[in-house]
Design a protein around this ligand. Structure first.
Ligand code: PLP
Length: 398
């Protein structure tokens, strides 16, 4: 609309939220839709975390909280970073926000001037590039494909850096591909960053605990660059707490103070009750997460076998998170039953929704149009049924 700001007119709608909405609309008409579009564990928040929230309410933790979070929560985060990741941080380096999504947005608004370049490997989580748009920065993409497990090389990174590069942002484990960078691979990227002291590194580690190959490795472990690394993490995926809106950064003190200042003029501290529950989640450890991980590991194998059985679909075995990102470009140019041509991944995702009644997301919104994303955070039965429907629907394209 003409009276809205350029800033908002230049912004795209979140594709994952849009597909989820379309799926819900179809379901409201009575269609049995299986949603594999949303990035959310299909588990409930652990009981002890819910109990902590009820207790917080009874104890009247209902006032404004400190802007960067309660000191006890920030201390619990410091302790977690030490015991789980062997990283030393001070509480002044931690800022808690309304989900990792706000943490990401805070960091980008804190670091990026108009025209600054932000390097983002594709495929990337949908909001990364749009947050750069909001900050009037310029995204510079490094493309990766399924054949190298969607990993960038140090040479690609080196080639993408210019004097205008301010930030590199990535997630490992990755959404949408599940790719996990090994310690050696991160060390090789860190070597490149050593040569370019003007570049900050935003390391989104929200899927840290959903890793099927190894223990989690953070790029912040390399002392030569640690001061320029901003870790993003949160409670949504590890503790099935998506609705509680709890995320944080660990960064150098200057960046942490800047995020605190920005948040103080926008949202203030996140929900007091969520924060009190977050303290208990971190203090009580990883038992519930490990149970979720077992279920995800089983489903990963299930979906892998079913996907490999569909002609025209190419997939790898993701190493973390709870997504597949199969290659589906062999269907481009084919026609559906009404004669409409499937031109791109969004067309295919819409076709799968309307004909197969399975909600997925086209890869174009993650920066790679030849793919679609499926979340396997759903029950085994729905996954089996969903993959059966997808196979049948794809088989009808001519
Ligand atoms: N980063 C990645 C890679 C994600 O996939 C998500 C959620 O889907 C987030 C950040 C945001 O998580 P939160 O719920 O903490 O805002």
């Amino acid at each position: 609309s003409s009276y809205l700001s350029d800033r908002i007119n230049n912004l795209s709608e979140s594709a994952t939220l849009k597909m989820t909405k379309l799926g819900r609309e179809l379901a409201a008409k009575g269609v049995n839709v299986i949603s594999l579009s949303v990035g959310e564990p299909d588990f409930n928040t652990p009981e002890h975390v819910k109990d902590a929230a009820k207790k917080a309410l009874d104890e009247n933790w209902t006032r404004y909280s400190p802007v960067p979070g309660y000191p006890e929560l920030r201390q619990a985060i410091v302790n977690k970073l030490k015991t789980e990741n062997n990283l030393d941080y001070d509480i002044s380096q931690i800022v808690v926000s309304t989900g990792a999504k706000q943490s990401l947005s805070n960091v980008i608004l804190t670091l990026i001037n108009p025209g600054d370049e932000v390097i983002i490997p594709t495929p990337y989580w949908v909001s990364y590039s749009e947050m750069v748009v909001l900050a009037e920065g310029k995204s510079v993409f490094i493309s990766t494909e399924i054949d190298n497990n969607f990993k960038i090389t140090p040479a690609q990174l080196e080639a993408a850096i210019t004097p205008k590069t301010k930030l590199f942002m990535f997630s490992s484990p990755n959404n949408p591909t599940g790719t996990v960078y090994s310690k050696d691979e991160l060390a090789a990227l860190a070597k490149v960053f050593e040569k370019h002291p003007q570049v900050f590194i935003l390391s989104d580690e929200i899927y840290e605990h959903i890793n099927f190959v190894d223990k989690h490795e953070s790029i912040a472990q390399f002392d030569s660059i640690k001061d320029r690394v901003i870790i993003i993490n949160g409670f949504s995926k590890a503790f099935a707490m998506t609705g509680w809106r709890l995320g944080y950064i660990a960064a150098n003190k200057t960046i942490a103070a800047a995020n605190d200042k920005l948040q103080g003029q926008t949202t203030s501290g996140t929900c007091s009750i969520s924060q009190r529950a977050g303290i208990v989640a971190y203090e009580q450890g990883l038992e519930s997460v490990n149970k979720m991980k077992e279920a995800f590991a089983r489903r990963r194998q299930l979906v892998y076998d079913l996907l490999r059985d569909i002609p025209g679909v190419r997939t790898n075995l993701p190493e973390g998170a709870f997504y597949f990102f199969p290659e589906i470009s062999s269907f481009f140019g084919k026609k559906d039953q009404d004669g409409n041509i499937i031109k791109n991944s969004s067309d295919l995702a819409l076709y799968l929704l309307n004909v197969g009644h399975v909600a997925t997301v086209g890869g174009d919104s993650f920066g790679n149009d030849n793919y679609i994303r499926l979340s396997y955070a759903a029950s085994d039965e729905s996954l089996i049924e969903a993959l059966k429907r997808i196979k049948a629907a794809l088989g009808k394209l001519a």
